[in-house]
Design a binder for this molecule. Sequence first.
Ligand SMILES: Nc1ccc2nc(N)nc(O)c2c1
Ligand SMILES: [Zn+2]
Length: 371
Amino acid sequence: MTVGYELISKDGAARRGRLTTAHGTIETPAFMPVGTAATVKCMLPDSVKATGAEILLGNTYHLMLRPGAERVEKLGGLHRFMNWSGPILTDSGGFQVMSLSKLRKISEQGVTFQSHVDGKSHELTPESSMKIQHQLDSNITMCFDECTPFPVEKKDAAESMRLSMRWAQRSRDAFVDRDGYGLFGIVQGSVFEDLRHESIEALTKIGFDGYAVGGLAVGEGQEAMFSTLDFTTPSMPEDKPRYLMGVGKPDDLVGAVERGIDMFDCVLPTRCGRTGQAFTRRGTVNIRNARHAEDPRPLDPGCACPCCRDYSRAYLHHLFKTGEVLGLMLLTWHNLAYFQEVMAGLRSAIEGGRLKEHAAAFRTEQALGDI
Ligand SMILES: Nc1ccc2nc(N)nc(O)c2c1
Ligand SMILES: [Zn+2]
């Protein structure tokens, strides 16, 4: 069996499941911390594990540029290289090429681009992306696709989606099947219902171990994202995991789980942890704000992470005002722990058939705002 998915229980459109890979299982709904350059920034792997995360995300684009997929392979693969023994999912590179590199050229063959690091030119195709993700020893490989930009004319969205579907077939053909390793297709079609359905049909005909919703979290806003999910997830295979790429804030996670999404990845908890923005059950807190300068209380008294357990807001404020690295570490740890707590709450609410009440209570508490 490649990557196995077990649907344990449902609550409306929401699902409680379990993914099994060669490097361990993942309880879903799940949030994947982003480990772009083979590290979850500011965190030791054991600390990431302590937050409750079971699976990490890596990036083909960054790792092919530095240190190179061949080198990671020679050193035993990404798990060994970064000392993460759990499952790893890697994105296929197309999205990052478009958002990071210079002088990109897209053709039927693939994309050519100049590295944002040293300006050297590179090519990514469905075949080379599959090879790189194999060299990294990724448990879940993502198809090579084009993330359709937003806003977009419908005819351009159709053209972009159809290119991604042809690349999905080539990705499937080039993927090396191994027990405990899987390949996920990526649904495109922007915010257009018929295009999303055409994409799902094309991907299910090819057959994948999971299906991602791509082309969202690209500036469309939460309302358009949720309405797109409303007509997309119900048509996705019920017996395979659904992964919403690049999402999101805590309330995005809750709303998307209510709409049938099982997996997420987002840079927010780690990136905001480094800029002093904390996510808490009562909304966000900017620890650099002067109001925290003498506040002896923890960031979130309801949180059991080391940041909230052992340090005051005043101390965190001091660390950020002085640019001390410990501040970045503590707030990153807290944010990741909070995101995992949101997911654990959703998993148990679905199991208990009380997701509606749980989501309502979540939103009420978020709206209270920090005191
Ligand atoms: N918002 C996002 C984030 C990552 C993505 N990665 C791929 N491969 N495709 C997309 O459409 C993405 C969208
Ligand atoms: Zn905390």
